[in-house]
Design a binder for this molecule. Structure first.
Ligand code: SF4
Length: 217
């Protein structure tokens, strides 16, 4: 994955800012359930995990998928899936993949207690995601086909790199050296027919925004 470091033009940043004036819903949150397998004292979305009544009150999968399609159509870029504990929903994998395939950058809020290392879900058949030691607290973006992330905070990769992984197989399909470890979630956009990936490195006075241009005509 060859790439060159380029500056982000001010005009481009201003164009993005105009999205707020146009009231484009750039970010959204879907609260998928009020149930949780924990019961933290400060929480207001901690209905019992096994409650059939609470489950019946939740929006069905098809309605959630419709909402995702609608917000993607309106220009949404970032979607947060949360609960309660979103992994209690038996249809979570389908919901998540639907959002990713709609081109949204998806964040999942979970307490992590239900995360398993492997999955027998047919949606993940053929996907092999081995541990990636040394890459630190990587933060990812997704396109319709790729997962992209850089060596994150505390990463031991030397040199730090930006990686691209095929969503369908879990296979790493590209890697390119970057100036420093990433410290914030990357973003990607098209500008004049070229695709860019932008991410932040450093902290405080040493913060940088780095833009990589993907190869193309
Ligand atoms: S884990 Fe989160 S959702 Fe569950 S009870 Fe605690 S704060 Fe609430």
């Amino acid at each position: 994955m060859a790439a060159a470091v380029v500056e982000i033009p001010l005009s481009q940043l201003l164009e993005e800012a105009r999205a707020y004036e146009k009231r484009v819903p750039l970010e959204g949150t879907l609260e998928t359930t009020y149930r949780c397998n924990l019961n933290c004292v400060h929480c207001y979305v901690n209905q019992p995990a096994a409650s059939a009544g609470e489950r019946a009150r939740e929006l069905p999968l098809e309605r959630l998928k419709q909402l995702i399609d609608e917000i993607a159509e309106e220009g949404c870029l970032d979607l947060l899936l949360t609960g309660g504990e979103v992994l209690l929903r038996p249809d979570f994998a389908e919901l998540y993949l639907h959002a990713v395939r709609a081109g949204l950058r998806v964040t999942v809020f979970t307490n992590g207690t239900m995360v398993t290392v492997t999955s027998n879900d047919p949606l993940f058949a053929g996907v092999n995601l081995p541990p990636q030691p040394g890459r630190g607290q990587a933060q990812i973006i997704t396109t319709k086909t790729l997962v992209i992330y850089g060596t994150g905070r505390n990463g031991q990769d030397n040199p730090p790199q930006l990686y691209a992984v095929d969503q369908a197989t879990g296979k790493q399909v590209g890697a390119v050296k970057i100036p420093s470890r990433t410290t914030a979630m990357p973003m990607t956009f098209l500008h004049q027919g070229r695709q860019y990936i932008v991410f932040a490195t450093g902290a405080g006075a040493n913060t940088l925004l780095v833009a990589l241009r993907l190869p193309g005509k």
